[in-house]
Design a protein around this ligand. Sequence first.
Ligand code: TMP
Length: 218
Amino acid sequence: MGYFITFEGVEGSGKTTQIKLLAERLVAHDFNTTLTREPGGCAIADKIRAILLDAENRDMSPMTELMLYAAARSQHVGDIIVPALNLGNVVLCDRFFDATTAYQSFGRGIDRGAIDTLNSLACQGVAPDLTILIDCDPSIGLARARHRIETSSGPREERFELEELAFHQRVREGYQRLAMEHSHRFIVIDGNEKAEDISTMIAVQVLARIPEDLRGIR
Ligand code: TMP
């Protein structure tokens, strides 16, 4: 079995930059590394991602949204995460089931019991060994995320960026709560530090935890 690391944070927290930097460092340390993301990560889940993030779908009900995240996760776990872990890889995933608790429960107000049930159905017993939470004030993160959307030529994945600030504040509080509840699994990083320093802090903590015998496996 490999080692499963997830990255979480509010919009514009810098997690996508950081996960790529960590992947480069792990490869340099001779770990077979799989970098993936949610929603998405495989062909079918990427199609579900397009529906979830399309700003034209702003009338989507919270329950439909929750079920689409679970559906995408189920496919992604089966197609990508389980096979990579079975190969002994370090799997880095940009968001995973904690995002559903933070966004759909703390953000949207859906009962946590329902979310836990769907998450466990979708995950086939897979859970992160380690979760890096990049904590960031949502008003700063949202400004960054909106700037990125305005300057990018890709699809406008902005359904959540259009949510009010109070929604993103609830999401941040949700993540902070999860980090307290699962303190053995979470590392909380201050997203206000310089990107280079954050990257070093993450690498030090991660390299101290990944089992050495996963190095160069295969
Ligand atoms: P991204 O911006 O990290 O690519 O994530 C896409 C959006 O999807 C982001 O706004 C957070 C949201 N999201 C949820 O609401 N629930 C989930 O379970 C996941 C994985 C993401």
